[in-house]
Design a protein around this ligand. Structure first.
Ligand code: ADP
Ligand code: MG
Length: 238
């Protein structure tokens, strides 16, 4: 069970409030996409869920447990960043194994998991390479592989496709949908791309200036936008 529940979650940086009290229930196994303009707080909200930023006020529950004070490694989540965030001095295998070594899995367990994820992502031939010897698309696969090996209950993606060219974006998007289908993990996915949101999401959360404008299925938002902001963002012809 890994539902993710936010109750009046707020975040300030110094005196500036950037998340103004977000209430959200994400069901176990749901694929939820956060959309909204640059600077509206998408990454911050994801980083609060991941535990990479402290919550200023409010409560966050993952799988029924209040996790406000829990370190990222104990939250059962794995995050994939736009910038891949690979260790440049480690080869692909070690980049994928690193988190597991910290979690004190056995060498055989680690090896089995890394090879299974590499097979799934078709990067088995690249395990000895360093990140600089990979294309952007291959790096993003390694970043996804590093998340998969940890068997997270919740995957967090922050604009994972935005550095890829158009063809690779489509292909990787399909692979992420398949990953959701295969794992049935909860997925929270940030993008500013409407097509990604409409095709991947069970539900879309539209954010604006640190607040939720509307939550709904792609069709609900498309046909019944709550206001002009949502209509403009989802691109429904009004
Ligand atoms: P998005 O991902 O939607 O583009 P962000 O979550 O990155 O937006 O940023 C939301 C707001 O919070 C922006 O105004 C940004 O400048 C501010 N912000 C984000 N991180 C920090 C930080 N570490 N310190 C101060 N302000 C920040
Ligand atoms: Mg961002």
């Amino acid at each position: 069970m890994a539902d993710v529940i936010l109750k009046n979650v707020q975040k300030s940086f110094g005196r500036i409030k950037v998340i103004h009290g977000v209430d959200l229930d994400i069901r176990d196994g749901e694929f939820v996409v956060f959309v909204g303009p640059s600077g509206c707080g998408k990454s911050t909200l994801l980083r609060l869920i991941a535990g990479l930023e402290d919550i200023t006020a409010g409560d966050l529950f993952i799988g029924g447990e209040r996790v406000n004070d829990l370190v990222p490694a104990k939250r059962g989540i794995a995050m994939v960043f736009q910038s891949y965030a690979l260790y440049p001095h480690m080869n692909v295998y070690d980049n994928m194994a690193f988190g597991l070594e910290l979690a004190k899995s056995s060498k055989a367990q680690i090896d089995a998991k890394v090879r299974e994820a590499a097979r799934m992502l078709q990067i088995e031939a690249l395990l000895e390479r360093k990140p600089r010897q990979l294309s952007g698309g291959q790096r993003q696969r390694v970043a996804i592989g590093r998340a998969i090996v940890r068997d997270p209950k919740v995957f967090l993606f922050d604009e994972p496709l935005s550095n890829l060219d158009a063809a690779l974006r489509v292909q990787t998007r399909i692979e992420i949908a398949k990953l959701h289908h295969d794992t049935r993990a909860t997925m929270i996915y940030v993008t500013h791309d409407q097509v990604e949101a409409m095709t991947l999401a069970d539900r879309i959360v539209v954010l604006n200036a640190g607040r939720i404008e509307q939550v709904g299925t792609p069709l609900e938002l498309y046909h019944h936008p709550a206001n002009l902001f949502v209509a403009g963002f989802i691109g429904s012809p009004q």
